[in-house]
Design a binder for this molecule. Structure first.
Ligand code: 3HC
Ligand code: NAI
Length: 697
């Protein structure tokens, strides 16, 4: 039956099984196999119903993404789905695990859908910068209605069995063995004389459609600024109301072909594979055993500790939070409850889920209560002596085999590990604020961290819905080290002639959620001041630093929290309002430094902020702190809001060209000295005509 598709008969039922590990993706061979199997069943007069199912971990993960960008080969998925839909013999999709992308679309072409309790469906194409290209935008609204279909298509999120049944996607949820249940279901159809039931023949209820589309457009404008795929999705779903299914399929295909060639989709496909590649870690073979994580503890219930505890609880891991006193514990737990309650009142979390999650979080002030935890994550103040003392206590208290992790954002993980007699069990798990929301876990392997500890923490990242990236020890790790390079230049631009609002606008227009100064105000200028003080005390450097941030901090302006920072913030508002006083201060500082202010173009601002950031990424890669360029991209996409449609700094660098960036860095180096010295790796790529993608492993 061709590669990856099996054909069997069970009495008058044909059973077609996808068998193309790992996820039954529908490459050309699988598509051909299904087409042949359907034709064979249709031609056999004894076959009264057909079941389409999948072997292995899921029904089907969709089209084979690795084929995108290559010439399309027949049979096309759209035609295959039409072939199934027009069958006279009823076709039942029997779904376990995921039926997503093309896998969902093929089940929409089937006449009936049953699933087991693990079944879920969805159209994640938007996450690849695409729209569903094999009928999803046409058939899903016909089957479940416009509003749910739009939500599913525009979020890319998956819908579970129960909700799928309520929406009318699943006709039945089967207890017990799926194939046996599907055979019973199919035999029941035959016995009941039920024939083909085609999704294309359903009519869409268009009532209220205008408002639904307008609301969705407004939502997309807020959430997906700069991305082209969402509007193409909306357009295609909208067309389902006004044109025939076949015309709709043609429009959908046109949009798909346009998007698949776009840099945005290439960037998002790059990120899809990057997330999976990040789990392949040098020195940690795929078969490295992992330690079981059945319970966790978090030390410190401050800003980060609370977010980390919620992340674990949200991912199903029971967690005990340890604080220094009963009072701070009570405050921390009350704030945790408030955060969940806020989600419930905004409608993004069900009360039952809040209760279940909160139920997994308990508090203590006694180390004896965390002695049995499988992993402990420390999130106390950023103070080396305090952290060493805590790791000493953990060493003395925790059971053998427990993983001891630190959330430090700047301190040396090896020095912390040396405070224990078990440095092989110590690792960094650097979450980003707010930790219950931000997806990145920048995990830091120390010099002595054991491979199974690395494998376990990377698995834990995935299990709790985070994107894990493993990096090595250096000042600032990957993310913050690149951030320093970027922020330094943004500050120098102020001294040389730019104003915060000009720099921030350029960065915002590039696609970041905000520029470096608005970001500084949000994070707190007191926090960055303390980090600078610590760095100055511990890392002597001759590098130029700007005096502007210190001056602003010394004025008592701590950012949004004090309603004054680089900008002004009116009571109850987060809108950054330019402040003439700060602009005067900046101009005055230029005078003090003897710098003649000049007109600085938007292009210079962008290059001056981004290229040093990319250059630092190249240094990090050259030093082996990150394993591959795509790991650096993930850190910046999921930790720092680098625009998703640009694929991360190293992917973006390849679009611009290493040579071009190297030439600009050389000029910046000549003008500003060694802190802007081109990275040896960047120079090598520029001179050899290679790209960062060529280094990808
Ligand atoms: N094409 C090619 N490879 C795929 C794939 C796909 N559609 N889906 C997953 N894979 C690969 C992954 O790259 C990974 O490869 P690796 O082991 O070499 O790193 C392997 O399959 C396993 O993937 P996961 O680690 O993600 O496995 P999980 O079991 O955790 O999850 C899944 C399985 C839920 C199916 C998840 O892979 C997923 O959500 N995939 C989304 C796929 C997707 O976006 N599909 C839409 C494709 S576009 C499309 O169908 C176009 C159509 O509209 C015309
Ligand atoms: P925070 O000041 O909000 O919270 C620290 C908490 O630790 C406080 O609740 C304090 O009572 C508790 N604590 C202090 N000493 C303790 C002890 N001996 N035992 C138990 N609890 C103790 O600090 P925040 O912002 O949560 O930072 C924590 C760690 O996370 C730091 O290492 C920081 O560098 C790191 N980090 C912070 C980020 C941020 O944006 N705030 C981002 C990423 C990492």
């Amino acid at each position: 039956m061709g590669d990856g598709v099996e054909f069997q008969t069970h009495g008058s039922i044909a059973l077609i099984t996808l068998n193309n590990p790992p996820v039954n993706a529908m490459g050309v061979a699988v598509r051909q196999g299904i087409a042949d199997a359907i034709a064979k069943a249709e031609a056999d007069g004894t076959i009264k119903a057909i079941i389409l199912t999948g072997r292995g971990r899921c029904f089907c993960g969709g089209a084979d993404i690795r084929e995108f960008g290559k010439p399309r080969e027949e049979p096309f998925l759209t035609n295959l789905i039409n072939q199934i839909e027009i069958c006279e013999t009823p076709v039942v999709a029997a779904i376990h695990g995921s039926a997503v992308g093309g896998g969902c679309e093929i089940s929409l072409g089937c006449h009936y859908r049953v699933g087991d309790a693990s079944a879920k469906f969805g159209l994640p194409e938007i996450k690849l910068g695409l729209l569903p290209g094999a009928g999803g935008t046409q058939r899903l609204p016909r089957l479940v209605g416009i509003a749910p279909a739009l939500d599913i298509i525009l979020s890319g999120d998956y819908v579970g069995a129960q909700m799928g049944r309520e929406l009318g996607f699943f006709d039945e949820i089967i207890d017990g063995d799926l194939v046996e249940g599907a055979l019973d279901y199919a035999n029941g159809l035959v016995a009941g004389g039920k024939g083909a039931r085609r999704t294309r023949e359903l009519t869409i209820d268009g009532s209220g459609a205008e408002k639904i589309f307008a609301d969705m457009r407004a939502k997309v404008a807020r959430r997906s600024r700069g991305l082209i795929a969402p509007e193409r999705c909306i357009e295609a779903v909208e067309s389902a109301l006004t044109i025939s299914l076949d015309e709709g399929l043609a429009l959908e295909r046109k949009n798909f072909d346009e998007l698949v060639q776009s840099d945005q989709s290439k960037a998002q496909r790059h990120l899809f594979f990057a997330e999976r590649q990040a789990h392949k870690i040098p020195g940690v073979p795929a078969d490295t055993p992992v330690r079981e994580i059945k319970s966790a503890a978090v030390i410190g219930c401050g800003t980060m500790g609370r977010g980390i505890a919620m992340s674990l609880a949200n991912g199903g891991v029971p967690v005990t939070v340890l604080e220094v006193s009963k009072d701070s514990l009570d405050t921390g737990l009350a704030l945790t409850r408030d955060t969940y309650a806020g989600s419930v009142s905004r409608g993004s979390l069900a009360q039952g889920d809040m209760d279940a999650r909160l139920g997994r979080i308990t508090g203590t002030t006694d180390y004896a209560d965390i002695a049995d935890a499988d992993i402990v994550i420390e999130a106390v103040f950023e103070d080396m002596d305090l952290k060493k003392q805590i790791f000493g206590t953990l060493d003395a208290t925790c059971k053998p085999g427990a993983i001891l992790a630190t959330n430090t954002s700047t301190l040396d993980v090896d020095e912390i590990a040396a405070a224990t007699k078990r440095p092989a069990d110590v690792i960094g798990t650097h979450f980003f604020s707010p930790a219950n929301v931000m997806k990145l876990m920048e995990n830091v392997r120390g010099g002595k961290t054991a491979p199974d500890v690395i494998a376990t923490v990377m698995k834990l990242s995935k299990d709790i819905g985070k994107v894990g990236v493993m990096v090595g020890v250096c000042d600032g790790f990957v993310g913050n080290r690149m951030l320093y390079a970027y922020k330094n230049q943004a500050e120098f631009l102020l001294e040389e002639g730019a104003l915060p609002r000009q720099v921030d606008k350029v960065i915002y227009d590039f696609g970041f959620p905000m520029g470096p100064f608005a970001m500084g105000d949000l994070a707190g200028l007191d926090v960055s001041y303390l980090i600078r003080q610590h760095r100055r005390a511990t890392i002597p450097s001759d590098d130029r630093t700007s005096i502007i941030p210190d001056r602003i901090y010394e004025m008592g302006r701590h950012g949004q929290k004090s309603r004054e920072g680089y900008y002004l913030y009116h009571e109850g508002s987060r809108v950054a309002v330019p402040d003439p006083e700060i602009e005067k201060l900046i101009v005055g500082i230029s005078g003090e430094l003897g710098i003649e202010r000049r007109e600085i173009s938007d292009r210079e601002i962008l290059e001056r902020c981004l290229y040093p950031l990319i250059n630092e990424g190249a240094n990090i890669l050259g030093e082996g702190i990150a394993s591959r360029p795509s790991d650096v991209d993930l850190v910046w996409i999921y930790g720092y809001g680098f625009p998703i449609g640009r694929g991360g700094p190293m992917f973006h660098a390849d679009l611009v060209g290493a040579k071009e960036i190297y030439e600009v860095m050389k000029k910046l180096h000549d003008a500003h000295g060694d802190m802007l010295k081109p990275a040896p790796l960047l120079e090598e790529l520029a001179k050899s005509g290679k790209s960062f993608a060529d280094l990808q492993s």
